[in-house]
Write a protein that binds this ligand. Structure first.
Ligand code: KIV
Ligand code: ZN
Length: 534
């Protein structure tokens, strides 16, 4: 094997106390079953991440499908500040396709990886020596295409230390300037996570010339702690996702590591370039477009994160806010200007309110939202920020196709069963009606949808959240459905919970129709490559 040792990319070694934030919501997060986002949603999230100050955006896995390729290419062209990274397995086809997708970025990065633990070597049937050769060849190929190459030994935390040192050294020699150490199955613990980074920095020749990254999954609930421990040991890039989105128990949550570093500067004196006031808006958008609701007691971005219910807490907070709050809501972008709008609010007020929430609309989009806003204001006296965000999500969520459209719904429920639903729906070009019964109003209404659009998809999840307080609050309903391994989500908001449920259900079916049509031979690459990995 020839030694094609390359010098690291310019800027590879960051200031000692600067931690780079690498967001993989659009790649590792989107891999989460059912979190599939549309092209437009991916572009929107990428723009928000770029504006928030994320250093590197992992925009997708270009070889996985035409859709992934198109999204990564478009994000690469549009990004203003962030490095745009694409993922590639350790083969020429993946790497070339990845480069094709990211090459127009102002700052492109290829991220290539291979599973190095005994379990993974067993799957790829590569001997230790053969794998080293493959790593050298593929990193060299990536580096010949792109100045900025990141390499990951998947399942690093279960790889033998001697072998891990050997493969990391190989990747550095072949020109990788970032070495990412994934805890793919969320197996490590803080002390071990730190020791692993320290061991690599001490033992691997050239380690001081590259940036070490930490990439943790949350299977044991320790992802954030493991990431921060790695930083204390010398890692200078944290890989994370908004809301910790990701398959199984998810990934390190961006908002958690960033706020932990901000709040505990006394013990972790590291800085990031993140504008934390943009966190809440991003969290809400990611939750809406992915269909993954944020749990109420989730750190930083949960609905209850800044609520003080008990008398003692309320009293303390009123006297001195620091009694029970270690950060201020405004730090993550929760503003005090959550002033309700109502039916007398005009178009200009709506535009300015949406702008405050970080949502800029073209005139025609504003017109559409304004009509929906007025309809909501007729039914609900006060419209809060949360209502507007739900309204926006509702317009955006189910845009994949409007093959099925709800035109009329009447449900009769109460103590005397069976509950009945009368539904009129546009199915393609024809309007059709059905009357059905069911075990409860939702069941009756869903039966009506099934009568008009027969399908075998299984409802895996049905979730209802009240957007604000009060009996006239809007309900946000999320559904997740599965058909032959394809998972789709739908979400909708309305003051009428049953109507929101039907709209969410119909939205998911529209997506399913599109997915059925789009299923190309390569479309399942993601599922195959990552069944056991994150
Ligand atoms: O968790 C993991 O190992 C990954 C790799 C592809 C970096 O996501
Ligand atoms: Zn992962």
């Amino acid at each position: 094997m020839t030694d094609t040792t390359k010098s690291p990319a310019p800027g590879a070694v960051a200031a000692a106390d600067r931690v780079l934030i690498f967001d993989t919501t659009l790649r590792d997060g989107e891999q989460s079953p059912g979190a599939t986002m549309s092209h437009a949603e991916k572009l929107e999230i990428a723009t928000l991440l770029d504006e928030m100050g994320v250093d590197i955006i992992e925009a997708g896995f270009p070889i996985a499908s035409e859709g992934d390729f198109a999204a990564v290419s478009e994000i690469a062209k549009q990004a203003k500040n962030s490095v745009i990274c694409g993922l590639a397995r350790a083969n020429d086809k993946d790497i070339d396709r990845c480069w094709e997708a990211i090459r127009h970025a102002r700052q492109p990065r290829i991220h290539t990886f291979i599973g190095t633990s005994p379990l993974h070597r067993d799957i790829t049937k590569l001997s230790q020596d053969d794998m080293v050769t493959r790593i050298h060849e593929t990193v060299t190929r990536a580096r010949n295409l792109c100045d900025n190459v990141q390499w990951s030994p998947m399942d690093a935390t279960r790889t033998e230390h001697d072998y891990l040192c050997r493969v990391v050294e190989t990747a550095i020699k072949a020109g990788a300037s970032t070495i990412n150490i994934p805890d793919t199955v969320g197996y490590t613990a803080p002390r071990e996570s730190a020791a692993l980074i320290r061991m690599l920095l001490e033992r691997v020749p050239g380690a001081d010339q590259v940036i070490f990254a930490t990439h943790c999954h949350n299977d044991l609930g320790m992802a954030t702690a493991n990431s921060l421990a790695a930083v204390e040991a010398g890692a200078r890039q944290i890989e994370c996702t908004i809301n910790g989105l990701g398959e199984r128990a998810g990934n390190t949550a961006l908002e958690e590591v960033v706020m932990a570093l901000k709040v505990r500067q006394d013990i972790m004196p590291y800085s990031t370039g993140i504008d934390t006031t943009k966190i809440m808006n991003l969290s809400r958008r990611v939750s809406q477009v992915s269909g993954f609701a944020v749990q109420f007691n989730k750190a930083i971005v949960g609905k209850n994160a800044f609520l003080h219910e008990s008398g003692i807490h309320q009293d303390g907070v009123l006297k001195n806010v620091e009694t029970f709050e270690i950060m201020r809501p405004a730090d993550i972008g929760i503003t005090e200007t959550n002033i309700a709008m109502g039916k007398h609010s005009g178009r200009a007020a709506l535009r300015s309110k949406l702008a405050d929430l970080g949502i800029e609309l073209a005139d025609n989009q504003l017109n559409d939202v304004f009509v929906r806003f007025k309809a909501l204001a007729d039914r609900k006296k006060e419209i809060y920020d949360e209502d507007l965000i739900a309204l926006m999500a509702d317009s955006a969520a189910n845009t994949d196709s409007d093959y099925l459209q709800v035109k009329f719904l009447r449900v009769v429920c109460g103590t005397e069963g069976p509950q009945t639903a009368e539904l009129r729906m546009l199915v393609g070009d024809t309007e059709q009606s059905a009357s059905t019964t069911g075990d409860g109003p939702v069941d009756a209404a869903f039966n009506a949808v099934r009568t008009l659009f027969p399908h075998e998809a299984r409802l895996q999840l049905y979730q209802v959240h009240a957007v604000t307080e009060g009996t006239d609050a809007q309900a946000t309903v999320s559904v997740r459905m599965e058909e032959n391994g394809r998972i789709v989500t739908g979400s909708a908001a309305d003051t009428d919970t049953i109507l929101a449920s039907v709209k969410a259900y119909v939205g998911a079916l529209n997506r399913l129709r599109v997915r059925r049509e789009k299923s190309a031979p390569d479309a399942d690459v993601k599922a195959v490559s990552y069944r056991s990995a994150g």
